[in-house]
Design a protein around this ligand. Structure first.
Ligand code: NAI
Length: 463
């Protein structure tokens, strides 16, 4: 089938950038991204590209090129479904917060709503693509809903998980390590796979497009995230041992990373991973394993999360201990709130949990992040429901200027690895702080030797 119209349900961190790149690379295909969230769609359509809802380096230029040419953002979900030959589902799949599987399983209610809406609206054959990260065998449920509530038209379900990393989404989409497409082994299934392969072939080499059965594709995404997160927890586990033994985690990481069987990526010790995916996907994996009675498999992967929680808690405890066992009424400045650099996404950011711990100890937190608003910081903290909204508002402030944020602080904690932190006038910051002036570098990005020469007491992770 020659594809001329694509629709994507969900204009978030995945749907927005992914569809922008497809539209840029396939000018002959009309791409419509739809969302229920009117504010988000309005922001995607904002004439001022600084206001598009997702910050990713290079994204504004791509949106600017394709928007209103063959890339459209809309709240008219039915219309977009009706017109499209391929429908991507890219809605959120958070961890369940209620009922069976609470705190572990993926909440598939948004996926099911999409499936029911597609079934209701579709009047001709459609290819439905799971772009969201889903538990293995979700395609079965989607297929059942589509076939049982639809208008008698044919649906092919493909799994096409997204492997982009926030902060480098555009580069990852333009030059993906691989594109994974899972589909039915039937003739119709293979035809549907080919239609999607043809879309990606506009800019991705054939040898990077991998086709599998649906279940392998669904499970590969969970597996990839589990392996990535596992490396972070592994290096973080060693960082604690380094701190006890005089070894330096940066040196250890370099030494093991030069082994080509291990490789050097994802070996950076830190305050712990955040982001909307790693934790939720591993919890989901653990839940699936348990549901099949595979308790050893479940326990093995759960340890990755346990280690990550420990690393976050260990960081806040270290701050309290080092500041003479009390941070009550002390100003502690957080440089960074986003879960990683080059994104405005704060979901599950370690900063939120570290701030929460320190506020429990009555610290006053000042935050500077180049891309995160003060409202977001407060919303993130309120979401934990640890204390009243008023109490949170009295305990945390956000600043637009990093030097102002650091003034009179007892300590600075680096929570995100933004490049600009390396370029600051650290002497000026030191002069404006309470003494002794502490830096807790939760990302090991600053030069500890230089900072120590200025007079700071510098504490990195794992050394
Ligand atoms: P997001 O929360 O940024 O975006 C999801 C969007 O879907 C929201 O704007 C929401 O309003 C919309 N939505 C929900 N239900 C809808 C419905 N019935 N009709 C229309 N719109 C609806 O989520 P994000 O981060 O884009 O993630 C989407 C999926 O992609 C998740 O399954 C996630 O695990 C996966 N993923 C995320 C990555 C990331 O880096 N954020 C990377 C790879 C996969």
């Amino acid at each position: 089938m020659k594809i001329t119209k694509i629709c994507c349900i969900g204009a978030g961190y995945v749907g927005g950038p992914t569809m922008a790149v497809i539209a840029q690379k396939c000018p002959h295909i009309q791409v419509t991204v739809v969302d229920l969230n009117e504010e988000r769609i309005a922001a995607w359509n904002d004439k001022d590209l600084n206001n598009i809802p997702i910050y990713e380096p290079g994204l504004d230029a791509i949106v600017s090129e394709a928007r209103d040419r063959n890339l459209f953002f809309s709240t008219e979900v039915d219309k977009a479904i009706d017109e499209a030959q391929i429908i991507f589902i890219s809605v959120n799949t958070p961890t369940k917060t209620y009922g069976k599987g609470k705190g572990m399983a993926a909440d598939l209610k948004f996926i099911e709503l999409c499936a029911r809406q597609i079934a209701r609206v579709a009047k001709d054959n459609k290819i439905v693509v799971e772009k969201s990260t889903l538990p293995v065998r979700t395609a079965e449920a989607i297929k059942s809903i589509l076939d049982n509530t639809g208008n008698g038209v044919q649906f092919q379900i493909l799994s096409n998980p997204e492997f982009l990393a926030e902060g480098t989404a555009v580069q990852d989409l333009l030059n993906p390590d691989r594109i994974l497409i899972g589909g039915d082994t039937t003739f119709e299934g293979q035809k549907a796979i080919q239609s999607l392969v043809d879309v990606y072939s506009n800019w991705v080499n054939a040898d990077k497009i991998l086709t599998t059965n649906v279940w392998s594709s669904e499970l590969s995404k969970l597996t990839a995230n589990a392996f990535l997160a596992q490396r972070i927890s592994s290096i973080n586990a060693m960082s604690e041992l380094c701190e006890k033994t005089g070894a330096d985690i940066n040196e250890v990481a370099k030494a093991i990373g030069m082994d080509s069987r291990i490789g050097s990526k994802f070996l950076k010790a830190s305050v712990g991973f955040g982001g909307s995916c790693f934790q939720k996907d591993i919890l989901n994996l653990v839940y699936i394993a348990k549901s099949y009675g595979l308790n050893e498999v479940a326990d093995y992967w759960e340890q990755v999360i346990i280690m990550n929680d420990h690393q976050k808690r260990r960081f806040s405890s270290k701050i309290v201990q080092t500041l003479y066992n009390t941070v009550s009424d002390k100003k502690i400045t957080f440089l960074g709130w986003a879960f990683k650099k080059d994104t405005n996404d704060t979901r599950e950011s370690a900063a939120i949990y570290v701030a929460n711990d320190l506020i429990n100890e009555h610290a006053k937190i000042a935050v500077y992040d180049p891309k995160v608003s003060s409202k977001k910081v407060l919303d993130d903290l309120n979401y934990l429901e640890t204390r009243s909204i008023e109490n949170n508002a009295n305990s945390i402030t956000s600043h637009l200027d990093p030097y102002e944020a650091c003034q009179n602080a007892h300590a600075i904690a680096i929570l995100t690895e933004w490049d600009e932190f390396k370029l600051y006038d650290w002497q000026k910051i030191y002069d404006s702080m309470q003494k002794p002036a502490f830096i807790f570098d939760g990302r090991n990005v600053l030069n500890g030797i230089e900072l120590t020469e200025i007079g700071f007491i510098y504490k990195g992770i794992g050394s």
